[in-house]
Design a binder for this molecule. Structure first.
Ligand SMILES: NC(=O)c1ccc[n+]([C@@H]2O[C@H](COP(=O)([O-])OP(=O)(O)OC[C@H]3O[C@@H](n4cnc5c(N)ncnc54)[C@H](O)[C@@H]3O)[C@@H](O)[C@H]2O)c1
Ligand SMILES: O=P(O)(O)OC[C@H](O)CO
Length: 334
């Protein structure tokens, strides 16, 4: 399939946090027409006047071709690609609120990484009944907002239910620095994106508690086994978990405090205050991930431990004891 690199799109990005602003900057820099829908009028005006979004993406100059607005119809009316980039817990309500303003032929790309904790649904399951499955795609993979906004290279996965729709979406979303691989495994791509956040909390907590890099590597490896098991139980394919929105994003998110989930885990491990930290989606997904696993009879001891710690039912030291004293078994990847 020929990539539409020279074809200019009309993008609307919903959500002017770190990731929404970074994606808007990416596509504006690539020569597309881009509107950024900002929740708050005053903030939209500040972004327009300063060409900066200091609250969410400090120190990055935004292209002059990026148009911030607080007016949904101004942002959406002529869009042919709409990126929904808000926290997973509000994605459903934002989609409902905007559905009438989104052109019926526009491709809608879900960029959140999380599980709705009231419904236990992933983003596409939530939004499918509002927007319709045929024009939905999901974007996930190793991609820090600040890196992407600076034009640093990465590769991600774009999934849609039909393989040909995924190919077309990946072509439209690729740029010279942002390489999109296509997949028709929506469930696997979404599971990878959401579960790596929960595991990054565990990895960060181990480092914060001073347990060392060996412990972290063990947690990431056994955590990956849990990600694979749960993803499979939710309908994802094994090969997807080995890809960018599985292993790839897990490695990134568990490796540096640039990740907000890892940083949150670090603070947990150090016993530092957690209020005021940036969005860490794993905090909202842990308990529901643990429940989804329990309902499907899937063993996820690390995810369970993170959920119990977040509920205040388990200390980190007890969690480590619980994990280390589980019955010994043969190593198995599934
Ligand atoms: N930051 C990254 O590097 C990155 C990379 C890939 C994926 N993601 C995913 O993208 C999603 C958004 O993350 P982010 O980094 O932009 O978060 P953020 O906290 O930086 O920004 C969230 C944005 O959503 C807006 N918002 C919150 N509630 C809203 C509502 N009810 N209606 C409309 N807007 C609302 C906020 O005003 C803010 O602009 C998350 O699921 C995250 O996992 C983030
Ligand atoms: O900062 P985090 O932990 O939300 O991670 C951001 C991206 O998901 C990394 O791919």
């Amino acid at each position: 399939m020929s990539l539409a690199k020279d074809e200019k799109g009309r993008f609307a990005v919903v959500g002017a946090g770190a990731w929404g602003t970074a994606l808007a900057a990416l596509y504006a820099s690539a020569g597309h027409e881009v509107s950024l829908l900002v929740r708050d009028e005053a903030r939209a005006a500040t972004i327009a006047a300063t060409r900066r979004n200091e609250a969410y993406l400090p120190g990055i100059d935004l292209p002059s071709t990026l148009h911030p607005t607080a007016n949904p119809s101004a942002a959406l009316t002529s869009a042919d690609i709409v990126l929904l980039v808000v926290p997973a817990q509000v994605l459903g309500s934002v989609a409902k609120e905007l559905v009438h303003a989104i052109p019926s032929k526009a491709l809608v790309v879900l960029c959140s990484k999380g599980i709705d904790r009231t419904t236990g649904r992933f983003a596409s399951e939530n939004v499918r009944e509002i927007i319709g499955a045929r024009r939905l795609a999901v974007l996930s993979g190793p991609s820090f907002a600040a890196d992407v906004a600076r034009g640093l290279p990465t590769a991600v996965t774009v999934a849609a239910e039909e393989a040909s729709a995924a190919d077309a979406a990946a072509a439209r979303l690729s740029t010279e620095t942002f390489r999109c691989y296509a997949s028709d495994d929506v469930a696997g791509v979404e599971a990878g994106g959401a579960l790596k956040n929960v595991l990054a909390l565990a990895a960060g907590a181990a480092i914060g508690r001073g347990l060392g890099e060996s412990a972290k590597a063990a947690i990431v490896t056994r955590g990956f086994v849990e990600l694979r098991r749960l993803s499979a139980a939710l309908g994802g394919r094994a090969e997807t978990t080995m890809g960018l929105s599985g292993l790839g994003d897990l490695l990134l998110t568990c490796s540096t405090a640039q990740s907000r989930n890892f940083a949150y885990g670090l603070a947990m491990g150090r016993g530092e205050p957690l209020s005021g930290l940036k969005l860490a989606e794993g905090v909202f997904s842990a308990e529901i991930a643990s429940r989804l696993a329990r309902e499907r009879g899937v063993e996820v001891p690390i995810i369970d431990a993170v959920a119990d710690i977040l509920k205040g039912e388990l200390s980190l030291d007890e969690a480590m004891r619980r994990l280390l004293t589980r019955p010994l078994k043969r190593e198995s990847a599934d």
